[in-house]
Write a protein that binds this ligand. Structure first.
Ligand code: 4NP
Length: 157
């Protein structure tokens, strides 16, 4: 994928529902594959900065055996566009915001997370914030599918 050691930033709106799950799923799969990758998540908005993930995300991750309760939401910064080789948006709105924020000399590859999943290119990970626990379980399934696909790509690069 890239000559530099890869580093991946997962981005949603609040950094409390989807991107912490995408971060956790990718951490699990990258560790399992023995890949050395810097991984983080952030939100385009600032409403939840400093807050832990939504309790429904914490519960879904805990069921999968991973604790994300210690994470703290943060907002995307201009430095992120130089720090990360890949910046992956959960939906089209996040993607548009990222393109607007990106410095002109940013070398980061900016894309939708599901662009990396064969057959789901161009699709969004739906925002579960106003949904049910079931929606959070779907988010986790999407996050795992994306993590597996990404690990496959980074393993062969
Ligand atoms: P996230 O979900 O972007 O997946 O973290 C949301 C969290 C908070 C809000 C919207 C979406 N909010 O409107 O506060």
């Amino acid at each position: 994928m890239s000559d530099a050691r890869p580093s991946v930033l997962f981005v949603c709106l609040g950094n409390i529902c989807r991107s912490p799950l995408a971060e956790a799923a990718f951490r699990i799969e990258a560790d399992r594959a023995g890949l050395q990758i810097d991984i983080d998540s952030a939100g385009t908005g600032d409403w939840h900065v400093g807050s832990p993930p939504d309790p429904r995300s914490v519960a879904v991750a805990r069921e999968a055996g991973v604790d994300i309760a210690h994470l703290k939401a943060r907002q995307v910064t201009r430095e992120d566009f130089h720090r990360f080789t890949h910046i992956l948006a959960m939906d089209h709105s996040n993607l548009a915001d990222l393109h607007e924020l990106a410095p002109h000399d940013s070398p980061a590859q900016i894309a939708l997370l599901l662009d990396h999943v064969p057959g789901r290119e161009g699709a969004s990970i739906a925002d579960p914030y106003y949904g049910s626990q079931e929606n959070f379980e779907e988010t986790w399934q999407d996050a795992i599918a994306a993590a597996e696909a990404l690990v496959g790509k980074f393993s062969t690069s």
